[in-house]
Design a binder for this molecule. Structure first.
Ligand SMILES: NC(=O)c1ccc[n+]([C@@H]2O[C@H](COP(=O)([O-])OP(=O)(O)OC[C@H]3O[C@@H](n4cnc5c(N)ncnc54)[C@H](OP(=O)(O)O)[C@@H]3O)[C@@H](O)[C@H]2O)c1
Length: 244
């Protein structure tokens, strides 16, 4: 078992779909800091370039951007095949796909919002899971990122709550079907301090601390089939203790 220390993930390949996003950035930085090679697929080369700038030249040497979508089963399958071929192995996958949206009650919800924030997000997550889980190394892990609204109804953000809840059940189904063959966990986040929302309460996690938590989960073979609530820094401390 490993902790999140520098170099502990040397030789490992981590894939972070959503790595260009505000939470994903911290996850990417944490796996790079721990020594992994990190693959970030994105629909936008400009967002990959921005991520590389944010990460800085030293760590970015092991950051591998792949331009392309994974929003359909075929696209995700192609991506997973490409990553496996190019890097020879896939150790850890941490999808941080989809973001926040609010503004319409369920009875006002437009078809466009439903498509973008429910159907597109849940389809991308399902596509990534079905393409990557079978290609994971035996000791590998799959850690889905979700948000507090998946468990708490959020007035005006119902479709984000609903897609989050669907993803939590997807993780439970994966655990039931894998029966211990691969480690699958979900990390359910409270509000996070990020580059796009730099302010917050002192006990909120930063994106880098979410990344640290994701590395701790990936590095600890005892963390399997768990629903890990990461509301505050106290939750991260408990995770750190489990890796000591
Ligand atoms: N930010 C917070 O405070 C917070 C709090 C709790 C939970 N979370 C959770 O953290 C995860 C990421 O949130 P975030 O705030 O980092 O979001 P974000 O900044 O909007 O980033 C979302 C990422 O998802 C990728 N993506 C791929 N397909 C997508 C699609 N169909 N629709 C939208 N995005 C798509 C985007 O990649 P490309 O555009 O590069 O392809 C982008 O990198 C989500 O699961 C969210 O629920 C965030």
């Amino acid at each position: 078992m490993d902790n999140a220390r520098t170099g502990s993930m040397a030789g490992r390949v981590a894939v972070v779909p959503g790595g260009t996003g505000s939470v994903g950035e911290g996850i990417v930085r944490a796996f790079l800091s721990a020594g992994a090679d990190v693959v970030v697929p994105s629909r936008s080369q400009a967002k990959l370039d921005e991520l590389s700038e944010l990460i800085g030249p030293e760590l970015a040497e092991r950051l591998h951007g792949v331009t392309g979508a994974y929003g359909t089963f075929a696209e995700a399958e192609q991506l997973a095949e490409t990553v496996k071929e190019r890097f020879g192995r896939i150790d850890h996958v941490v999808p941080a796909v989809g973001g926040w949206w609010m503004g319409q009650t369920l009875w006002q919800t437009s078809e466009d919002a439903w498509q973008r924030f429910f159907l597109d997000v849940t389809t991308a997550h399902t596509a990534v899971a079905r393409a990557f889980v079978p290609r994971l190394e035996a000791e590998g892990s799959y850690s889905m990122i979700s948000g507090f609204s998946a468990q708490k109804p959020y007035a005006g953000a119902g479709i984000v709550s609903m897609s989050g809840a669907a993803l939590l059940m997807m993780r439970e189904v994966l655990s039931a079907e894998l029966q211990g063959q691969r480690r699958v966990n979900d990390l359910i986040l409270g509000p996070v301090i990020t580059r796009t929302r730099p302010g917050g309460q002192p006990d909120w996690l930063t994106a880098d601390q979410v990344g640290e938590a994701a590395v701790l989960v990936a590095a600890n073979p005892a963390v399997a089939d768990e629903h890990l609530v990461l509301d505050t820094v106290a939750n991260l401390d408990r995770l750190r203790k489990r890796n000591q």
